[in-house]
Design a protein around this ligand. Sequence first.
Ligand code: HEM
Length: 228
Amino acid sequence: MTIRIVQLGVCLAVAGLYAQTTHHSGTQERKPMSTAIPGYAYGRPALAKSPVSLEDLDLLKKSVLFTGDDVRYLRMSHDVLKDQTEQVLDVWYGFVASHPHLVYYFGRKSDGQPDGDYLAAVRRRFAQWILDTAAADYGQKWLDYQHEIGRRHHRTGKNQTDGAPSVDNISYRYLPAFIYPITATLKPFLANKGHSADDVDKMHQAWVKSVILQVTLWSHPYVKDGDF
Ligand code: HEM
């Protein structure tokens, strides 16, 4: 177990070395950085259209009480988080690293060890995801990429983007469970830039709703046809 954690630490350090700071072009008209980050396909024409319509997305937003205020607070969080993404990812990757049943999904099929290249490649897209979530421009292109991210967790798309030699599928049960650690650990970072407690709370609530919304969209490939 000790050896495994040390090896994982090396992988995570590698992932950190490869991670790059990402930039954002503004909150009104975002320009996806599809060429800068390998495998990042937001806005690519070749991406399949989401099976969920914008109308359905709208009903989903209503169901999680996601409003224009949440868009505003997410965009406020963009400025707060844009120079902290690596620190946030250190915490999230650290959480995964400390749980063998989670790091398993970054493991090689051959020997079960975490794959450093895979961790590093995913980490760069994860950093961009923080900025995309905070940009809160949830139109058709965003919706299509949500479907792709769902596929990448599911056996229909996992490993393909990075040619990773890893296990085939992330067990569904961990996706909704992960919403809590992802959002709870984000809150201290939202408080790092001197905003009022009320603003921090509202940014945090907006993040919770957005992550619930996204994980719900990512569930599509896991749900039996006709049941989504
Ligand atoms: C709230 C839940 C989760 C969030 C917000 C999240 C976020 C992300 C993001 C942003 C990416 C990169 C997407 C891209 O390619 O652009 C990703 C990929 C990945 N995530 Fe998650 N994730 C969640 C749950 C999980 C869980 C529970 C695991 C299991 C440990 C996991 C393992 C992975 C793996 C292995 C990849 C790479 C998939 C591939 O082969 O492309 N994720 N995740």
